[in-house]
Design a protein around this ligand. Sequence first.
Ligand code: SAH
Length: 251
Amino acid sequence: MTGWLAVVGLGPGDAGLQTPQAAAVLAHATDLVGYDTYLARVPHRDGQARHASDNRVEVDRARHALTLAAAGAHVAVVSSGDPGVFAMASAVFEALEHGPDAWRALDIQVIPGISAMFAAAARLGAPLGADFCAISLSDNLKPWPLVLRRLTAAAGAGFVIALYNAASRARPWQLGAALDALRPLLPGDAPVVFATAVSRADEALEITTLASADPAWADMRTLVLIGTAAMRRIERPTGRPWLYAPRSVAS
Ligand code: SAH
């Protein structure tokens, strides 16, 4: 058997938001590798081995997956959302770069998925319709001052910001500090959205302003969108307003 490895994006949660290509690769894999919470979203198949691991051991998990593929297994490494956005694809290539030369001949594919920022934006209207960026608030792999520098540079340059990994038990104060750093740079009425568990049964969308944003609304399933002064808000007779980024911007 000739091995292969696919890094597969599962999308934000709802099965309808997973691509047919991802589903096909998952169905053909002999081995599934990933964080146990994500593996739980993949239907069980007879004869398929599951290698569940904790969330914090990405490179060990990537090495394990490459070792299995080199031995002939058909390996799917699963990620939520898109595997290239703050997820397993980088860990796989990091392990590949530093691993045995033989791994470079392996058949490796990255199967894209719908990232949380796109699922959240689609619920809200079109908040990412003009220039935007994505920043992870995780300071496990980069120093906090760098996170702050990137955030303030992005806000200062007028980007809408999609904040990943905004909060967790291990990350209790960072979102508050990030919002405090942004307050001097943006108007108090700049829209801020807390989009939690988008496309899942317990989805919650909280649209507020930078002045009123409370970091306690975020948990590890929350994507926080930071808007700009230019973002438009269309009120509706009932329900949430639409948010959109105008396509044209004055200088
Ligand atoms: N690869 C993933 C991101 C992994 S980082 C993607 O492309 O979406 C994990 C972070 O993603 C979470 O802390 C949260 O900020 C965000 N996230 C993942 N799924 C989400 C969902 N269904 N709703 C809102 N945010 C989500």
